[in-house]
Design a protein around this ligand. Sequence first.
Ligand SMILES: C[S@@+](CC[C@H](N)C(=O)[O-])C[C@H]1O[C@@H](n2cnc3c(N)ncnc32)[C@H](O)[C@@H]1O
Length: 266
Amino acid sequence: MYFRGVKNIFIPLQYLAYRLKAKGAHGIHSPFVYELFHKVVCESPDYYDFLPIEHLRKRLLTSKEVIEVVDFGAVKKGKYNKKVKDIVRKSAIPAKEGRLLFRLVNFVQPKTMVEMGTSLGISTLYQHKARPEARMITMEGSPGTSTYAGMNFKIFNEENIKRVVGDFAQTLPEVIKNLTSVDYVFFDGNHRKEATLDYFQKFLPLASGHCVFVFDDIRWSTGMHEAWKEIIKEPRATVTVDLFSFGLVFFNPTQVKQHFVLKNWE
Ligand SMILES: C[S@@+](CC[C@H](N)C(=O)[O-])C[C@H]1O[C@@H](n2cnc3c(N)ncnc32)[C@H](O)[C@@H]1O
């Protein structure tokens, strides 16, 4: 169990409750969720795209570079100089979760993807590599961090990833205005209850029938967990899946509304 940058007694207690509820293959009666479990949640053999991303992470973890970061955070606000290695250590998605996002994108086959919270671009690369032909928009508030992510995308020759820079409060309305629908949204910035619910409501009218919303860190705080519990009540959300740190929301109208807690260990 790993939560980026958090030491919180709430999490071990939540993990215990999750372990008691979570179902494996035998307890899943929905064919759609059964397929999702096998193709996405269960680890499958490595794709060859994973290695270069993990090489990038390794290199960033030994980098001596320092960049200016604007923190909008739920933890602290302001402008700071931060070591690249500390940003990647504290903010980047762990490899196991990156691989899961890759498999999820592969499963959903989205045409339009949005990520809220680029940081240095590790999660962006995992998602984009699974479907390079999709339109990918990644949003980040800190200009220095986004520029650095852009350099990482260049190393991968992935210059068609569109970076949107600025506080979500300013940039999200413009992003939404320029989209007619979305098939995949990864919510991984500004882990506050009200903000998370607000972003969810803003993307909701754009969600296509085969869309998935992915919420990261749904147990990062009591507020995030409360937001998640409200999200799963949304009538347009049909299948919702609790993977402990990720929450998945599907909008397929042919599925009956049902919530699943799935085993995401082993
Ligand atoms: C957890 S990190 C994203 C990590 C990244 N998805 C990854 O796994 O590699 C969250 C990012 O969201 C950005 N962020 C947080 N609140 C924001 C806001 N209100 N507007 C814009 N960006 C924000 C932060 O600057 C930070 O880089």
